[in-house]
Design a protein. Sequence first.
Length: 146
Amino acid sequence: MAEGRTSTVELNWEGGFKFTSADANGHTISVDAPQNDGDEFEGFRPCELLLTSLAGCSGIDVANILTRQRQHVTGLEIKVKGTQLPDPPWAVAEIELEYIIRGKNLREKQVERAIDLSENKYCSVGATIEGNTKITSSFTIIQEED
């Protein structure tokens, strides 16, 4: 078995398709799906959680790397689009990430390097799914005035 950091969550069924997930630090999130097309539901669908996990993992890396590079970042937004296969198990075949970085005097090469390091070295979620899912990305820099 692999050695290293471990993570644990505990899910409790709330009825229907809804679960509440809690981590070891007491944070919670709802996971749900409509029982029938058009039904209301409360919470993230599992696929949306996967997209959130990937973007969150990479976003943490990018923010950390840019801060260490002394880039003055004032905002970081990541838009994510996942495309699932049409048949069960509806695997996510492609994911597109669009990074929008706001800041003052941001250098394009530094931003590009931060994203590359995240996607190709540090992001554990991306590393976990990359063999089965095509992941692409783009970025936009929005320079803010002093």
